[in-house]
Design a protein around this ligand. Structure first.
Ligand code: PYC
Length: 323
């Protein structure tokens, strides 16, 4: 039997990698992107593993399978996935996808619509190469949820949706510094187990928040941010997000809007644990329901254009299973 090949382009957004699969994926029919995801999830999970897991990938890589959109206004459909599952939306991944389509000459400066399994998002490619995505409506479902966790202590935070489910912890005793990555990963994992057990079983991303005090040397921004914040984000497969997490920043904007701490038109400077940043803002989607339409701006860079090779003799051609 012959090798098969899958064409991919890798990029990173604020340090967090995205692998866009251009061709070679399974046939998912002609339904909506949400329906195509169900076919992929039920019948081709090995494709996810083979693209993202070792030995071809790594646990902190996010995959973005390009599929045909069912909505005619969209330039592309996309299904995001990581080392353990398919995820609804991905902010850094959408910025990476737009940078990739621009690199390929398929899109130019301007606004483009993308169909994802959880809704249509828009992305504006700016002349300087940065990208602003307007994400799916984002909202908070619970605030000030307290957890007492053995070996960690008491933490308090909000549960919110930004295209994925998040528990955003405002109140915790940890120092958000890159040198504490092992500790932050360990406590966030314990927090995830606790929030799932406390009645929020779908929360699969944990965010620890702290004020950002290192912005003094940032380049001049057009609008001076109202809030400077830093985060540590733990993803479903226990890898931490190198970027500030676009869907997590969307969820955060919903919380800040709900608390009246950020107003329409004001901006949030969201720094990641490695020092990269996104700029976020919102307009109300449905104020009575606490739902916002978030916009996240960041920048992505293409890092590789390669063919993944699948040798039928390779015992690990479908990736090393890690779940
Ligand atoms: O940027 O939304 C995001 C994201 C989700 C998981 C990793 N990054």
């Amino acid at each position: 039997m012959a090798n098969t090949e899958v064409q991919v382009i890798d990029s990173h957004t604020g340090g967090e990698p995205t692998r866009v699969v251009l061709s070679g994926g399974p046939d998912l029919g002609t339904g909506s992107v949400a329906q195509q995801l169900e076919i992929l999830r039920q019948h081709h999970d090995c494709f996810r593993r083979s693209v993202i897991n070792e030995p071809r990938g790594t646990d902190y890589l996010v995959g973005a399978l390009l599929v045909k959109p069912s909505n005619e206004s969209c330039v592309a459909g996309v299904i995001f996935f990581d080392n353990v599952k398919f995820i609804g939306m991905c902010g850094h991944g959408t910025i990476g996808l737009i940078a990739t389509l621009a690199y390929l000459g398929k899109i130019g400066v301007g606004v483009h619509h993308i169909e994802t399994p959880v809704g249509i998002v828009s992305a504006e490619l700016h002349p300087n190469g940065s990208v602003s995505i307007t994400n799916v409506p984002s909202f908070r479902i619970a605030n000030d949820v307290e957890l007492q966790i053995s070996g960690v202590g008491k933490v308090k935070g909000d549960v919110a949706w930004g295209g994925n489910w998040f528990y955003l912890v405002n109140d915790h005793p940890f120092c958000l510094d890159q040198k504490n990555l092992d500790q932050l990963t360990d406590v966030s994992w314990k927090i995830r187990i606790a929030i799932n057990e406390s009645g929020f079983p779908d929360v699969d991303h944990i965010i620890l928040l702290a004020p950002d005090t290192s912005h003094a040397n940032e380049p001049e921004l057009i609008t001076k941010p109202t809030i400077y914040s830093k985060n540590f984000v733990l993803c479903p497969g226990k890898a931490y997000d190198r970027s500030p997490c676009g869907t997590g920043t969307s969820a955060r904007l919903a919380c800040l809007a709900g608390d009246g701490l950020l107003l329409e038109g004001e901006t949030l400077f969201q720094r990641s644990i490695i020092g990269s940043h996104f700029i976020g803002s919102f307009v109300w989607d449905d104020k009575a329901k606490g739902s916002v339409s978030p916009t996240i701006t960041g920048e992505a860079f293409v890092t590789a254009r390669v063919n993944l090779v699948f040798d039928p003799r390779d015992p690990f051609r479908e990736g090393i299973a890690n779940e």
